[in-house]
Write a protein that binds this ligand. Structure first.
Ligand code: PGA
Length: 250
């Protein structure tokens, strides 16, 4: 695992797009799985800027990490975020865009459909954020490291984060998601995890200084061969001096 320590959110976003751009330019028909949330807004802003200036994404196949259960047009959906922050701002559309249908009344069928898509398009790249409780996608603490795409109930802290992120009335907040499981996430050739902000400092410490355990889902990434983590100073603020020293001398 490579951990890159950066100053702030902007530097994290730029470095992340550098890595993404390298994948897109070196792979033939690149396949990427991407996600949403506050962490990723700067990433998409920079990616869209580069695309508008000539970076070609028209041969890329895109799928997503998860989707809330709820109406497609609700303010919090991955569908809406992807369109508003990314897809609708591009000069040319990616070759394929596969989104998850969170409006489904048959989650099992939707899971089957999406797993078939994921299997048919082996991913070169997986983008991830980190939950304040250490979750990855909606693989909440306690989820087996063997999880396969499933309908997940959110922890209270995750519901709270969604309320804050999308400025929701608590009664309107979603509390379930269809999420890729670890089986699908770990199948990607390269994983990029972005972590920014003081509110992620405890989860970051548990990730980088604690034990590998399903109680801290992100620690499963230590079981993958090709992971890059970009971490800003605020997220790193609770790390021990030894750990910081180790990261800054790498
Ligand atoms: P955030 O969410 O980027 O909105 O903090 C990250 C996550 O829960 O994966």
């Amino acid at each position: 695992m490579e951990v890159i320590l950066v100053k702030d959110y902007d530097e994290m976003s730029h470095k992340a797009v550098d890595i993404f751009e390298n994948i897109v330019q070196t792979k033939e028909s690149p396949v990427v799985n991407i996600n949403t949330g506050g962490t990723m807004r700067g990433f998409y802003k920079e990616l869209v800027r580069r695309e508008n200036e000539g970076l070609d994404l028209s041969d890329v196949t895109v799928s997503v990490l998860d989707e809330y259960i709820g109406p497609k047009k609700a303010p919090f959906t991955v569908d809406r975020y992807m369109h508003e922050q990314f897809l609708d701002l591009l000069n040319k559309s990616p070759k394929n865009v596969f989104l998850i249908n969170g409006e489904t009344d048959n989650p099992e069928e939707e899971i089957k459909r999406y797993q078939e898509i994921i299997e048919k398009h082996p991913r070169d790249f997986q983008l991830l954020g980190l939950g304040t409780n250490g979750h990855i996608g909606a693989n909440e603490p306690g989820t087996s490291f063997d999880s396969e795409m499933f309908l997940a109930d959110h922890d209270d802290s995750t519901v709270e984060s969604t309320i804050l992120e999308y400025d929701l009335n608590p009664a309107d907040a979603p509390n379930q998601m269809l999420t890729l499981g670890f089986k699908e996430i770990m199948d990607a050739e390269q994983i990029l995890l972005l972590i920014s902000g003081k509110h992620k400092a405890e989860a970051t410490k548990a990730f980088l200084e604690g034990e590998i355990t399903p109680e801290v889902p992100v620690t499963n990434l230590f079981n993958h061969q090709n992971v890059i983590v970009i971490l800003d100073e605020e997220a790193a603020s609770l790390l021990s001096d030894e750990k910081l020293e180790e990261l800054s001398t790498k």
